[in-house]
Structures are given as structure tokens and as C-alpha cells.
Design a protein around this ligand. Structure first.
Ligand code: NAI
Length: 719
């Protein structure tokens, strides 16, 4: 767990050993305590180097130990002993020094890093703060502003930036341990009084209160209710204003609050959920570790509209040669300009050359004869997509994977147009596709394990979090979203305003309320789909009540706005008003409020008081209920899949874990009781009826989320 040797005559070498990232488990901590004692007690040893095996210094605390009873030596006194040592202690940082790993390095008297190493204190992303002295030592070393930046964001820095900031003393391109040993020999016997960071005064800032307040305001705005970033500011402020020992007390208090908060649990769950979804398995029995992806040498994108452009950019940035196809030269050239601009902007930001030469442009489908995979992103029109799939099937070489970016059409129907339906899957990206992290990989009953594995691996290569889901209307994300937006519209009919609903949702932690999102993406998109589905427009059968469709409650409010040309931001009017078409700042619109009053009067609806609690329960519990149905139907393999989809694709606040995790936090019994209550009040909304799996879980005593899969399995075996 920590090996000890003596090299070059007088250097004690301590090597952390806990694959894959040398996390500071109880055994590793014990190993460090023992080997440090040995090194300090060995009269031959004049200086000590601490490094990690296999090219990684240390990835931080062992998060598998979180939530368990603490065993082994605690970190703080261990690091303190290292700092107090009378022999120079040198950290040799290769790979990464993160969290507790960097805190350990900060306890050393010197830090030597490899040029490719990355350093950071990412505790905030797990709902915590660097509580092994990191929040007190880093500001003393690099100053309050820089420490606030690193600790409140959790961002990793390169070795070069770490050198510039003063976190490390030297950067090497060569063998780090050799460089550190050489360095350790050179500093042996030198006084260490000026090397113990905890004894430093914090570098002076002219108005520390104003600085911290300023950062606090920014953090509050971007945290959307997360408490860890706020505690991080408080901890750094303590470093700037209190002596070290009192600062450590404050760090401990703040950590105790965070550690026991539901938010830390949710963020840690989210961390593991993200890893769990990459280990996909589908009902056919195919799974991640037994399916081999196809190598991809060349890929194609058809349709260079909003989505096709983003997908092309993401593919090129992942280093893949892409051939793109549009219908006409004019669209093609327009798209080429837009894609090149996006690539240039991205490259400038990242300080690399734009991969413009990875992309070729064509108006001829025949040019796709030799590609390994095609992503179709033409209009959301089944007839057109079927035609494109038939054409692709005829043009592409045998074995080419055909993927569709449809946001909700039946992937199996498209597969049936291909000669090789086993090579068809959905690759559902989210707008903007080169930015959004989520990818739903939609498999059908015929999709081959290799097709799923290839799409999942391609997503990973593109930097996406890929989740394998079954085929159904709207897949996982949009299927649940429909219930959420539907409830929001019903609430307007019953007396709420878009402002009230959005405020409740934003206070919950979503970056944007449901109506603001609708204005941003355009009300016309859903209107077109509802018209095609004959739910809206002239094709609605005469004699039907405006507020009932297909035997259930329907809100025509969005359709009515579209009929007035109110498509959202693009027309300057929607659920809100904007200063001009394309304007971004939503302002409450008296016209809309008047329109809602008239609408209610026309339909004999009496506005009632609706509070934030009801908004959240109606919108979120309806969506959660659908999530349980999705699990019941086997469309998502487990609650983690749904939660990852919502966190990475729909702005669900990460510190609330995801909708399914959240339902466990609220209490399944409570969710069930409220759904029953609302279903009774709205019997014309069948989706509010609590589903079987939710009832079953409550009957089983509401087990924690990681035990749901067993209940789901039992339910499936009984069907
Ligand atoms: P869009 O209307 O911006 O672009 C579609 C493009 O396809 C147009 O440039 C059009 O010229 C081209 N096209 C049409 N027929 C073609 C053909 N036969 N060959 C080559 N190109 C052809 O549409 P958008 O928004 O990019 O959507 C594309 C697909 O992505 C749809 O299936 C949509 O449901 C889905 N999607 C859209 C999202 C969005 O937020 N816009 C999010 C996720 C999926």
C-alpha cells in the first residue's frame, strides 16, 4: 500500500501503491504513516521523496470509503507529521495529484511535477471541500483569488499553470522520480522553516471581505442551490482571516455540515452512476464487456442543420474523418461556413489547430459508399427518414452502421428499411451537439451487440456520456419530459403564470424554467409534431373539446400561442416577451397574463392559488412516475441510467442526483401519496396514476435506489 526503499544512498523513497489511482484508502494511509516514520527514523536518510506507482501520484480520497465508518489513520495528522518533518519531504507528481493527493503534496516541503501532470482540488464536485488542510494551505501558497478559483470550481490545472501559480516548484519532461531524487539530494540539510505552508501568512489582499463577497455572489448564481461551493468560499475566507489552527477548525465544521448533507450523497451517487452506465447491458443479453466495437476509419453525417453541424464538429474534434451530405450546394456551403466557424472558435479556446481538414462536404449520397458509420440528422419526418435509410442501405458497403439522430421517431421502423436491421441504432444527441454531454444510444430488438458497442464507444470518443436505452416514443429523456411540460401547462390553466412555474423550477436548481426553455428552443417545434400527430391544428376532429384529446386532458395553450406567431425567442414573443426577435432576456408579458385570464374565462376555469410546492410536486412527480414506468418497461436498465440522462441532458441539478435518486430522497411513500392525491384531483390525467413499480417498491419498504434493480427483476420475471 506504500512501499519504502532507500536510494542514492540517502533518499528515502515512499511509493503509494493502490491501483488504479493510488487513492488514499485506510491501508494506504497506514502505509504512509509507517513508511514516513521509518524514513524519519533512519539516520542514513537525509531527505524523502513521495511518489505514486504506475505514473500516478494520487487520485485523492478513496470514495468507496465514503459513508462508512472511518478506519485507519486520519489524513490531517498524517499530513501534519509530514509537514513538521525535519528532513526535506519532496512530492514527485506524475499523472495526477487530485483532492487528498494534492493536499498530501501541499504538506510536503517541495513539489516536483511532470509536464503532463494535472493537479486540482475537485472535492466541490462531490459536494465536499478540501478538508485535509487543502482549503487552508492552498490560499497561503498561491493567494486568495487563485485559491478561490480552484477550490470553488474544482478545476484541474496543468503542470505549467501549477508552476505559474506557485503550486509546484519545478516541472520536468523527464523521469519525475529521478528529478525529485536529484532535487531531494540538493536540499538535504537545508533549513525547512520557510517551506511549511501552514506557517505562511495568507498573501495580503486589499479588501478580503469585498473579494469573498463578490465571489460568493457569483458562486451562488452558478451553484443553483448547491451548498458545497458556498462552503468552499467560507473556508478560504477563514484561511485569509484566521490563524491556521482556527482556520482548520472552520474547515472541519464546514466539512461536517457538507459530509452529512443529502447533496454530498447525491453528488457521490451521480459520480458512480456515470461510471455505471458505461457498463451497459441490454435485454438481448449483450453487454459492454462481451461486445466488441467495430473500428471506425471514416464516418458520415447526413443533414447539416442545427444538429448535423454540431455532430460533425464533435466528430472532427474527436479526430475522425467525416464526410457530410446536404441536399443542395447552397445549404452545403452555408453549413460549411458554420461548421468551420465552430471549429475555429473551439480550437482558439483550446489553443490547438482547428481540425478543418477532417471534414469533406458533398451533395452526393454515392460518396458514402466506403464509410463505416453514418449518422442521419435530416428533418424529423418519418417518410423522409425512411427514404434516406433505403438509399443508404443501397449505397453503403456491407457492414456500415446506420444511426439516426431522431428525437423520438420509431427506430425499429427505420431499421426495417435497411437490408441489415441489426446494424441500425439511434444516436440521440442533444443541442448544441458539440457541447451537450449526453448521448442516448437507442437499441432495437434486432440491434447487434456490435452495433450498440460501436455507438457507445463512438459517444465516449466524442467526449459524451452515453446511455443505452430501449426504443419507445421519446426514448427515456423526452418521454419523461413530455409529462413535465404537460403538467406545467395544466398549472397555467389552473391559475399559475409562466413566471411562477419557472421560478419554482429554477429555485429547485434547474438552470432554466420549463417555459424559458420552451421559448429558447422554439414553440413551433412541438407544434409541428403535435400537428403531425393530429393533436393540434386543422386536422383535429371536429366536435372534440379543445381541452380533451384521445380521451384525456390536453392543454392547447402552446398551440394557441403558435397560432399567434409567438414561437419564443426567435419571434421576440412566446411565454415571455423579449426586446427583439432573437433577444435573450425574458420579461414577464402582461399580454400573456391577460390571454390566460381570457382563456380561463372562456373555459369556465376559476384561477386558484398555486404555490411552489405544488408546481414541483406536479411537474417532477409526474415525470418521476414515468421514470418508474420506463424501468417497468425495461427501456432503461436501472435508475442510474435515467438519472444520468437527466443530469447530463436536461439540466437536472446534479446535487439532487437525478429524478429517480431524488424520489428516494423525498421518500417513495410520499411521492406515491402525492401522486394518488393529484390523480384523484385530476382523473382525466392518467399519467398521474402511480405506476406498479412505485407501489411495489413502497410495499417492499422503500429500499434505497441501489436495491431497485432486484425489485425490477422480480417484477419482470412475473410478467
Ligand atoms: P434542421 O431542420 O436544422 O436540419 C435538417 C437538415 O437536413 C437541413 O439542413 C436539410 O437541408 C437537411 N436535409 C433534409 N433532407 C435531406 C436529405 N435527403 N439529405 C441530406 N440532407 C437533408 O433539423 P435539426 O434540428 O438539425 O434536426 C435534425 C434531426 O435531429 C431531427 O430528426 C430532429 O428530431 C433531431 N434532433 C433535433 C434536436 C434539436 O434540438 N434541434 C435535438 C435532438 C435531435
Amino acid at each position: 500500500m506504500a512501499q519504502y526503499s532507500r536510494i542514492s544512498g540517502s533518499v528515502g523513497l515512499i511509493t503509494l501503491s493502490n491501483p488504479p489511482v493510488n487513492a488514499l484508502s485506510a491501508a494506504v494511509r497506514q502505509g504512509i504513516v509507517d513508511t514516513v516514520e521509518k524514513a524519519l527514523g533512519d539516520p542514513q536518510v537525509k531527505s524523502v521523496v513521495i511518489c505514486g506507482q504506475d505514473g500516478i501520484f494520487c487520485g485523492g480520497a478513496d470514495i468507496k470509503e465514503f459513508g462508512k465508518n472511518m478506519s485507519g489513520p486520519p489524513l490531517i495528522p498524517m499530513i501534519h507529521t509530514i509537514e513538521c518533518a525535519t528532513k526535506p519531504m519532496v512530492a514527485a507528481i506524475e499523472g495526477s495529484a487530485l483532492g487528498g493527493g494534492l493536499e498530501l503534496a501541499l504538506g510536503c516541503h517541495y513539489r516536483i511535477a511532470h509536464s503532463k501532470a494535472r493537479l486540482g482540488l475537485p472535492e466541490v464536485t462531490l459536494g465536499l471541500l478540501p478538508a485535509a488542510g487543502g482549503s487552508q494551505r492552498l490560499p497561503r501558497l498561491i493567494g486568495v483569488p487563485a485559491a478561490l478559483d480552484l477550490i470553488t470550481t474544482g478545476r484541474h490545472v496543468t503542470a505549467a499553470e501549477a508552476l505559474q501559480l506557485g503550486i509546484v516548484d519545478q516541472v520536468t519532461d523527464h523521469a519525475t522520480v529521478d528529478a525529485a531524487v536529484k532535487f531531494a539530494l540538493s536540499v538535504a540539510g537545508k533549513p525547512l522553516d520557510t517551506r511549511r505552508i501552514s506557517t505562511y501568512p495568507c498573501p495580503h489582499v486589499s479588501d478580503v471581505d469585498a473579494l469573498c463577497e463578490n465571489v460568493m455572489q457569483k458562486v451562488r448564481k452558478s451553484a443553483h442551490g448547491a451548498i458545497a461551493p458556498i462552503a468552499c468560499v467560507q473556508a478560504v475566507r477563514a484561511a485569509a482571516t484566521l490563524p491556521y489552527t482556527q482556520g482548520m477548525e472552520r474547515e472541519k465544521e464546514l466539512m461536517a455540515t457538507l459530509y452529512t448533507s443529502g447533496q454530498a450523497r447525491a453528488l457521490q451517487y451521480s459520480f458512480f452512476a456515470q461510471r455505471a452506465v458505461s457498463k451497459w447491458r441490454i435485454p438481448s443479453g449483450a453487454r459492454w464487456d462481451t461486445s466488441t466495437p467495430r473500428p471506425l476509419h471514416k464516418v458520415a453525417v447526413i443533414g447539416l442543420g442545427t444538429m448535423g453541424r454540431g455532430i460533425t464538429v464533435a466528430l472532427a474534434q474527436a479526430g475522425l474523418p467525416v464526410i457530410t451530405v446536404e441536399t443542395h450546394e447552397k445549404q452545403l456551403m452555408e453549413a460549411k461556413r458554420a461548421v468551420s466557424d465552430m471549429l475555429n472558435r473551439g480550437a482558439k479556446r483550446r489553443g490547438v489547430a482547428p481540425p478543418l481538414d477532417k471534414i469533406s462536404y458533398s451533395c452526393n449520397l454515392q460518396d458514402l459508399a466506403d464509410v463505416d458509420l453514418v449518422i442521419e440528422a435530416v428533418f424529423e419526418d418519418m417518410t423522409l427518414k425512411k427514404k434516406v435509410f433505403r438509399q443508404l442501405s443501397a449505397v453503403c458497403k456491407p457492414g456500415t452502421l446506420l444511426c439516426t439522430n431522431t428525437s423520438g421517431l420509431d427506430v425499429d421502423q427505420l431499421a426495417s428499411q435497411s437490408r441489415n436491421p441489426e446494424l441500425v441504432v439511434g444516436m440521440h444527441f442533444f443541442a448544441p451537439a458539440h457541447v451537450m454531454k449526453l448521448l442516448e444510444v437507442v437499441y432495437g430488438p434486432q440491434s447487434s451487440p456490435q452495433a450498440v458497442a460501436t455507438a457507445m464507444q463512438l459517444g465516449k470518443k466524442m467526449g459524451k456520456v452515453s446511455v443505452a436505452v430501449g426504443n419507445c416514443r421519446g426514448f427515456v429523456g423526452n418521454r419523461m419530459l413530455k409529462l413535465y411540460t404537460e403538467q406545467a401547462s395544466f398549472l397555467l390553466e389552473e391559475g399559475a403564470t409562466p413566471d411562477l412555474v419557472d421560478q419554482a423550477i429554477e429555485e429547485f436548481g434547474f438552470p432554466m424554467g420549463v417555459f424559458k426553455v420552451s421559448d429558447l428552443s422554439g414553440l413551433d417545434v412541438g407544434w409541428r409534431i403535435r400537428k403531425e400527430e393530429k393533436l393540434a391544428g386543422l386536422s383535429v376532429a371536429s366536435g372534440q373539446s379543445t381541452r380533451i384529446r384521445e380521451g384525456r386532458r390536453y392543454s392547447p395553450l402552446a398551440d394557441l400561442l403558435c397560432e399567434q406567431g409567438r414561437f419564443g425567442q426567435k419571434t421576440g414573443r412566446g411565454w415571455y416577451q423579449y426586446d427583439k426577435p432573437g433577444g435573450r432576456v425574458a420579461r414577464s408579458d402582461p399580454w400573456l397574463h391577460h390571454f390566460l385570464e381570457e382563456y380561463r374565462a372562456q373555459h369556465g376555469l376559476v384561477a386558484r392559488h398555486i404555490d411552489h410546492q405544488e408546481v414541483l410536486e406536479r411537474c417532477l412527480y409526474a415525470m418521476i412516475n414515468e421514470g418508474f414506468r420506463i424501468l417497468e418497461d425495461g427501456i432503461a436498465a436501472g435508475p442510474e441510467d435515467i438519472d444520468v440522462i437527466y443530469v447530463f441532458g436536461y439540466g437536472w441539478p446534479r446535487h439532487r442526483g437525478g429524478p429517480m435518486f431524488y424520489s428516494g430522497m423525498v421518500g417513495l411513500e410520499k411521492v406515491l401519496e402525492r401522486l394518488e392525491h393529484y390523480y384523484q384531483a385530476h382523473p382525466d390525467v392518467p399519467h398521474l396514476q402511480p405506476c406498479r413499480l412505485l407501489r411495489r417498491l413502497v410495499a417492499r419498504g422503500s429500499p434505497p435506489v441501489h436495491k431497485w434493480r432486484e425489485v425490477i427483476k422480480n417484477l419482470h420475471s412475473q410478467l
